[in-house]
Design a protein around this ligand. Structure first.
Ligand code: BGC
Length: 418
């Protein structure tokens, strides 16, 4: 082993002059490329300040082959809010379970410092009219318990449906973070609905969640049996299946497009081809996405954002397998032009429902199609070092795909690659 490494270092040194920056080596790791010049794709958690949301431009511009892949959080959040509102309007006759004239909902918040979570909280409050404006943006703080409508972070709204006026009230909301610090925590959401329903269950007419992991936990723990409609986000397979059993709906953040883009941007850099190959421009195998339909690209933030789709009882049968590669980009690349390369990739929390049940299986389907040998690292969802400790030898990899625990922590990774 030692011998092999020494040989690799010597070969690398000898070849460095001709290979640095070109990115094409034989299969295995191109250790002749400096780590700081290797392709890097941030995904799912956009490098940003978790208090202000301001993007971390240094991390997003780490080198010329650095990108972020996520989805359009605001467009998706608007869709989620609209989906809930449409449901309320269409079911006015039956929705107010205790007939008190107040349509009450509870909201599970994923992570108060995560842009996706913040956008979804705002999207729901904005559509339902319960948001409080603060300098042009809707307050996204958890309301705690608000059964009397006195909270300062949300407000009651009124809606007229079929000639009848209802009040809409956010009865309660909280960040679902467990005692060890894991956010978007499904078990915490299951406990919360238990506490809420025990004290004001008859007032809860709608359950809304920032994601399906927490949404399904609340649905299974209480809402399903009570026939209280529940809305989530992610279109995880179990949530889509639950639509047949009364789950109200979810949003597909087009994880199939995101997982593809996550690996595709590094593939393109490793092949030394234009970043849009197989993305907005068809590759030799016929893979191509539709810009504006499947995703949008923002050059300033070097970010690809997949576009969202609402999944409800009207269309859910098209979304039952969340782990299937997207048909537009499911063709295998020719290994002579795109030889095998090694990628280090981490999932910040191995027990996050969306990432482990939807995103990673998709990545595992695409890695074969793109001839990438990916090492998957699963984090504990709480500490960055639990993951960075396993990036001890970056020289062994050709590219990196990174999902951070906290969006502020990009430097914990880039410092290792410097
Ligand atoms: C997903 C959540 C997930 C989070 C992890 C979000 O985009 O919707 O389900 O927990 O990413 O960072």
């Amino acid at each position: 082993m030692k011998k092999r490494r020494l040989l690799a270092v010597l070969t690398a040194t000898a070849m460095a002059a001709s290979l640095v920056g070109c990115g094409s080596g034989s299969s295995g790791s191109s250790s002749s490329v400096a780590n700081k010049d290797k392709p890097l794709c941030w995904f799912n958690r956009q490098p940003s300040n978790s208090s202000t949301g301001e993007l971390d431009t240094a991390a997003l511009n780490f080198n010329k082959d650095t990108y972020y892949v996520g989805f359009d959080a605001n467009q998706g959040a608007e869709l989620q809010g609209q989906m809930v509102l449409d449901y309320i309007k269409a079911n006015a006759a039956t929705i107010d379970r205790n007939g008190d004239g107040v349509i009450g909902y509870v909201l599970a918040i994923g992570d108060i410092g995560h842009n996706d979570s913040i956008a979804r909280t705002r999207g729901v409050r904005s559509a339902l009219g319960t948001g409080v404006d603060n300098g042009g943006a809707i307050v996204s703080d958890p309301a705690g318990t608000n059964t009397d409508g006195s909270s300062a972070v949300v407000k009651d709204s009124t809606i007229e449906i079929d000639g009848k006026t209802f009040t809409i009230r956010e009865l309660a909301s909280q960040e679902m973070k467990n005692s060890a610090g894991a956010t978007w925590d499904a078990a915490t959401a299951g406990n919360a609905i238990g506490t809420w329903s025990a004290s004001f269950g008859d007032q809860i007419d709608v359950v809304v969640s920032n994601n399906d992991g927490m949404g399904m936990s609340m649905f299974n723990a209480w809402a399903k049996e009570q026939k209280v409609v529940t809305f989530g986000y992610d279109a995880n397979s179990d949530a889509v299946a639950a639509i047949a059993e009364g789950y109200g709906g979810t949003i597909s953040q087009h994880a199939d497009v995101q997982a593809y883009l996550t690996l595709r941007v590094v593939r393109n850099a490793l092949d030394g081809v234009d970043v849009n190959t197989g993305i907005s421009v068809a590759d030799a195998a016929g893979n191509k996405l539709d810009e504006g339909v499947d995703y949008r690209y923002d050059a300033a933030s070097r970010s690809f954002y997949a576009l969202n789709i609402a999944v409800t009882k009207d269309n859910y049968t098209e979304f039952t397998d969340a782990t299937k590669p997207y048909s537009k980009v499911a063709n295998k690349l020719d290994a002579s032009n795109s030889p095998e390369k090694k990628v280090w990739l981490d999932i910040y929390n191995a027990s996050d429902n969306f990432l482990s049940a939807t995103y990673q299986p998709l990545l595992q389907n695409y890695d074969d199609l793109l001839n990438l040998k990916v090492e998957y690292i699963g984090g504990d969802g709480q500490t960055e070092s639990n993951i960075t400790n396993r990036l001890g030898n970056p020289g062994e990899y050709d590219a990196f795909c990174i999902n951070m625990v906290k969006t502020d922590n990009a430097a914990s990774y880039t410092s290792i690659l410097q």
